[in-house]
Design a protein around this ligand. Structure first.
Ligand SMILES: [Zn+2]
Length: 84
């Protein structure tokens, strides 16, 4: 219980966040419930949004790099096969 409460606190200012939206997503056989929470302080939330956007950007870059590596690996395998 206390853990859930902690999760509900803004990581920046420590205020209790407001739940704006909950949605469920089915992944495989399990349903995961996501809760979208915002900080009651708009200035603080703006900072958080900025951080999230930056994290998303970083994640996208990592995914892109992974995809590229995977494609290159496949290509090398294909070339190897073609060249015998
Ligand atoms: Zn906050």
């Amino acid at each position: 219980m206390s853990k859930n409460f902690q999760n509900n606190l803004c990581p920046l200012c420590g205020k209790q966040r407001i739940v704006v939206k909950t949605y469920k997503e089915k992944i495989g056989n399990s349903v995961i419930t996501y809760t979208e929470k915002i900080c009651p302080d708009p200035v603080c939330q703006k900072k958080l949004d900025g951080q999230l956007a930056q994290e998303q950007k970083k994640r996208n870059l990592i995914i892109k790099a992974q995809k590229k590596r995977e494609e290159e690996r496949k290509k090398r395998l294909k070339d190897k096969k073609a060249g015998k």
